[in-house]
Ligand binder design. Structure first.
Ligand SMILES: *Cc1c(COP(=O)(O)O)cnc(C)c1O
Length: 391
């Protein structure tokens, strides 16, 4: 009997030791003892599913996390990484070689942009950037030698949504792998694999931990891609997730559905309460009924997610005054956390983008990104409104 996601999030992937512990054990060990020299030889030759060699290659706690998230996402397999960026770097570098062509959505997290713009070209990979929301732009940019396309399914911080199924159709017609950085969609609302994405990437630092404790990441895909392409690259280059952080992420998955749904409900309420506020130019939230991409959101995730962005009419000065006046919402740069967090992308997360690109992407001086946490939503609305009145 197929179990529902909420059940898999609590029980999926569990491996119990000889003690039959209730809570998943942390196997805080770098390695494993072999009974005989010949057993060591055989394990290096081919390790079975419950046989481990070295924590850089795999570890029981890490394997539990990988299996649980793969069950949630509907992916054949997963590989856990030390951070979201180790996941992005591993997915791209393991799949690409000199001479390959990549097309990427240009609205990217600063570090993803660094890999695509600075690192890959250094090794002979050609990368073209397109407006990810424009399917004609994807069609025009993809070539017979395009090996992969990469994009954030919901762009940070303007929250423009990319049509995953649309890009998949175009990319697959040319045999290109579709790699999706799916952080803003969240694993709870994701249907990326079902929509045809080949590789789905999360920073587990965000909603999966959800409590601001640890870095982590994960790459999901077919067994063939994860074990034949990605795993050899990751295990030999050192980007594996630590067992302790894997345990944090594993326990985070037990509550992620409840947390993210509550956060998304609160985000919609806040977006609705702030719409039309005299201090605000735009309230950007793809879950709003009049958002131009609402139909795509309904098809793709069914939720606008846990982040909204506000564009203050008074520019950077007003944005800073607003941030400084907040009493409950903290100024930081994580998202998906139980604590509500406000960020000024133009001067922090997206500081390294040049001014022309910031303008093109809508990262204006007055833009503030709000990641909505688990506080009482009325308190959050009061806090945001009092801070707006003081800027
Ligand atoms: C945070 C983030 C990353 C990087 O994840 P880390 O865990 O910080 O390395 C990559 N992509 C997106 C969209 C993110 O929000």
């Amino acid at each position: 009997m197929a179990r529902k996601p909420r059940t898999e999030l609590v029980h999926g992937g569990t491996r119990r030791s000889q003690y039959n512990e209730v809570s998943e054990a942390i196997f805080l060990t770098q390695g494993f003892v072999y009974d005989t020299a010949d057993q060591a030889r055989m394990r290096f030759e081919a390790a079975g599913p419950d046989e481990f060699i070295y924590a850089r290659y795999g570890n029981p706690t890490v394997a539990m996390f990988e299996q649980r998230i793969a069950l949630l996402e509907g992916a054949e397999d997963a590989f856990a990484t030390a951070s979201g960026m180790a996941a992005v770097n591993g997915a791209l570098c393991s799949a690409l070689k000199a001479g390959d062509h990549v097309v990427a959505g240009k609205a990217l997290f600063g570090s993803c942009l660094y890999i695509l713009q600075e690192i890959l070209p250094r090794f002979g990979v050609e990368v073209d950037f397109v407006d990810g929301t424009d399917l004609d732009a994807w069609r025009a940019a993809i070539r017979p030698d395009t090996r992969a396309v990469f994009f954030e399914s919901v762009a940070n911080p303007t929250l423009d949504v990319v049509d995953i199924a649309g890009v998949v159709e175009i990319a697959h017609a040319h045999g290109a792998l579709v790699m999706v950085d799916n952080v803003f969609a969240t694993p709870v609302f994701s249907r990326a694999i079902e929509l045809g994405a080949d590789v789905v990437i999360y920073s587990a630092t965000k909603h999966i931990d959800g409590q601001g404790r640890a870095l982590g990441g994960v790459v999901l895909g077919t067994k063939e891609f994860i074990r034949k392409t990605l795993e050899p690259y990751m295990k030999h280059t050192g980007g594996s997730l630590s067992p302790f952080n894997a345990w944090i992420m594993l326990k985070g998955l037990e509550t992620i559905d409840l947390r993210v749904r509550a956060q998304a409900d609160a985000t919609l309420q806040i977006a609705e309460a702030l719409r039309g506020h005299e201090k605000l130019g735009r309230v950007l939230y793809p879950g709003l009924a009049d958002h131009p991409q609402k139909a795509l959101v309904d098809r793709q995730t069914g939720s606008g997610g846990t982040v909204l962005s506000l564009d203050l009419k008074g520019g950077q000065e007003a944005a800073f005054a607003f941030l400084d006046a907040l009493e409950i919402v903290i100024i930081s740069n994580n998202l998906g956390d139980a604590k509500s967090i406000a960020t000024h992308p133009a001067t922090t997360t997206h500081q390294r983008l040049d001014d022309a690109l910031k303008q093109e992407l809508g990262i204006t001086p007055g833009l503030v990104r709000l990641s909505v946490g688990l506080e009482d939503v009325e308190d959050l609305i009061d806090d945001i409104e009092q801070a707006l009145s003081r800027c």
